[in-house]
Design a protein around this ligand. Structure first.
Ligand code: ATP
Length: 351
């Protein structure tokens, strides 16, 4: 494709832009969503990982890298030439890191600065506390453990390597045996309840906060331990781990929705007070455990599309209420971008 004549972000025609994303995580629905909204798309693949995009024929164009470390000025200039708008997702942020993302030159959907707030556990906690969300307790040192805790290593993407302990002794047993040299972790109160990941979308264009859907994760081996007898679990000396394998759709009891909307509102409002560019907008997710008393403990925020939206490529029960077409989060992003382009407001949603 020839370099585009239109200066970056100046055209008000959606066909002058390309929706681009990295081939992983939630790329299938992002690419399909762009097409459904009548926009062109592009996927950047690590060589050898392009098969799903080809098999499902969702992409108009491919760019390839040998390795994500090879994400460099050359790739960026290819994207700039095409007037591409990058859609970040979980793999994108975790492979490149928020510092690399900050320096990126092509158009980028979302607020880059917010990624630092979600990836630093201390900053994230400060933000969520200010938004008056209920959070699990954090233990400063292993000696303080006085009940069930979940130990989370930093940068342990997708729950890999997390473990549960109930006493300082048990903590050190696992830590010293499995992670003797890794001291970058947080010890969080383990909340007994149902995990629910609520997918939100906040649009600065319409000024509206939407709940797009909800999921729970399918995790190994947390979701398989219950398949064997308690005696066998003990005999096999299994430690619970949370490596993510997939996602299930969820619908919550309707009476929980008002509070969920308000929690989303407060997180968006507080994000504007952080020193984080335009604050939080677009897709985000509050990851919570709901207890038997229906208290909602939020243990994490993801400030971008989450893979838990993937079961809803054809829309969710919630988006079915609002839209007359199947509305995935990927498609909602494309619609937002298209509307912003046509209204001459694209710069408001670029980071
Ligand atoms: P990602 O960054 O990809 O969202 P992660 O590695 O941060 O994932 P989490 O989603 O934070 O992983 O958690 C993994 C698992 O641990 C989930 O099943 C979640 O429900 C559970 N979990 C996390 N924190 C708590 C907690 N405080 N109490 C009980 N369960 C928890």
């Amino acid at each position: 494709m020839a370099p585009h004549a239109t200066p970056l972000a100046a055209s008000t025609k959606a066909k002058d832009y390309v929706i681009a994303t990295m081939g992983s995580h939630s790329a299938l629905q992002i690419l399909k969503g762009a097409r459904d909204e009548g926009m062109r798309n592009l996927v950047i693949c690590k060589k050898g990982s392009e098969r799903p995009y080809k098999a499902y024929d969702v992409a108009d164009e491919y760019l390839f890298v040998d390795d994500w470390k090879q994400w460099d000025a050359k790739i960026e200039s290819e994207l700039i030439k095409r007037n591409a708008i990058i859609i970040p997702h979980g793999s994108f942020v975790s492979y490149l890191g928020h510092k690399r993302v900050q320096e990126m030159k092509p158009m980028y959907y979302g607020t880059k600065e917010i990624l630092e707030w979600e990836s630093d556990r201390t900053m994230e906690r400060e933000w969520l506390l200010k938004a008056k969300l209920l959070l699990p307790r954090v233990f400063k040192k292993p000696e303080d453990i006085d009940g069930p805790v979940i130990v989370k290593f930093h940068g342990a993407g997708g729950g890999f390597g997390y473990f549960v302990a109930t006493s300082p002794k048990q903590f050190y047993e696992v830590k010293n045996r499995k992670y003797p040299d890794d001291n970058d972790f947080v010890i969080q109160e383990y909340i007994v309840g149902s995990p629910v990941y609520v997918h939100y979308f906040y649009s600065p264009i319409t000024g509206e906060l939407e709940i797009m859907g909800m999921d729970k994760r399918y995790e190994s081996n947390a979701d398989s331990i219950g398949r064997i007898r308690a005696e066998d679990q003990l005999a096999a000396n299994i430690f619970t781990s949370y490596t993510i394998v997939g996602n299930f759709p969820i619908v919550v009891r309707e009476s929980l929705l008002p509070e969920m909307f308000e929690m989303g509102d407060r997180v968006v409002a507080e994000s504007r007070k952080l020193k984080a560019g335009k604050g939080l907008f677009g897709p985000f997710c509050l990851e919570m455990i709901i207890t038997r008393k229906l208290q909602m403990f939020v243990f994490e925020i993801s400030a971008r599309i989450v893979a838990g939206t993937n079961p809803f490529i054809e829309g969710s029960p919630y988006t079915a209420l609002k839209y007359d077409v199947p509305m995935s989060t990927g498609r909602r992003i494309a619609r937002e971008i298209k509307q912003a382009i046509e209204m001459g407001r694209l710069s408001e949603i670029l980071g």
